[in-house]
Design a protein. Structure first.
Length: 318
């Protein structure tokens, strides 16, 4: 378990991890990017031996651990694989030399890292607007390890997220969400319907529109849902925590509407784009949800269910 001496001793009536003076910025959650200060870097857990032990404890379920070796350009896409994959432990142990990105997921469920990160999740949830809180289904924490000078390709996520720098430095370029000239429906449909994590297309002529954040330990930045961003790591190994929230409006409605559109387009149809007709979106979401439940029931009956579905999840207390 983490040591209480590592925890920032703050007024219990105020934020524990987020700087009190920045708490009001969380009223902007999921509307635009913003920077903030945090104290997660005060924990002594974020060192290579503890992170290697964490990687070994995380279950080997599909999608729980991800890593990428080799040089990446801004426009290459999130799912690019520029070089053959080294073993995970070799990648982490030599992260300073392997030119790599490592992602360790569901860290809030870990017995060592989890208690502090679940506190962080609950705090961020409590600081967000009421409308956002009512939309949240679950939360998750990830840990990123980046080699020196490595880029993280331009991409967007369906989850609104918070990147908290705990070791090293990086420069973050982030755009606001909702601009269909920057992230058109085709890219969202590719991501939600086809499962293409590299559907976001970098547009060099829009680089000047990005907000720039220079992150050092104790700095954080918020990315709204579908707000594109890319990252340039500094001259040393970077360790950061990413906090994600799944939203009912995005993961159970918008995503499902795009998924149905993707299927309809295969039959030569031109469906109404999500967001243009609320009734159409509701019908599509209901259809896709029912289809998913039926598919899961068949897998369960055949003994082919995914064991990751039973892994614990952080859910807000309401």
């Amino acid at each position: 378990m983490y040591c209480e001496a590592d925890i920032l001793q703050a007024d219990s009536s105020q934020s524990r991890w987020i700087a009190q003076q920045d708490s009001s910025r969380f009223g902007l959650v999921n509307s635009k990017p913003f920077g903030f200060r945090h104290s997660l870097d005060r924990l002594s857990l974020f060192n290579l031996p503890d992170l290697i032990a964490l990687a070994k404890r995380i279950p080997d379920h599909q999608g729980f651990k991800g890593w990428q070796n080799g040089t990446i350009a801004v426009e290459d896409g999130w799912a690019s694989k520029p070089e053959a994959q080294l073993p995970l432990m070799e990648t982490i142990e030599n992260i300073a030399e392997t030119n790599s990105l490592v992602v360790l997921k569901h860290v809030e469920q870990d017995p060592v890292f989890g208690p502090a990160l679940q506190e962080l999740l609950a705090e961020m949830f409590s600081l967000a607007p009421q409308s956002f809180q009512e939309d949240v289904i679950l939360g998750e924490c990830l840990i990123f390890l980046n080699s020196p000078n490595r880029k993280t390709a331009y991409h967007f996520d369906l989850e609104p997220s918070f990147l908290l720098q705990v070791e090293g430095e990086k420069t973050v370029f982030a755009w606001e969400n909702g601009d269909r000239s920057l992230v058109p429906h085709e890219e969202l449909e590719g991501y939600c319907g086809a499962g293409n994590l590299s559907s976001a297309v970098y547009k060099p002529d829009r680089q000047q529109d990005a907000q720039v954040y220079e992150l050092k330990p104790g700095d954080g930045v918020h990315f709204p849902s579908t707000g594109p961003h890319w990252v340039q790591n500094g001259d040393s190994v970077s360790i950061s925590v990413n906090v994600n929230f799944d939203l009912r409006s995005m993961h159970k409605r918008l995503k499902y509407a795009y998924a149905v559109n993707h299927k309809l387009r295969k039959f030569g149809l031109s469906p109404v784009q999500p967001g243009e007709n609320a009734l159409s979106d509701s019908i599509k979401a209901g259809i896709w949800s029912s289809a998913r439940k039926a598919k899961q029931a068949v897998k369960l009956a055949l003994g082919r269910s995914n064991p990751a579905q039973n892994y614990p999840q952080w859910q807000p207390r309401r």
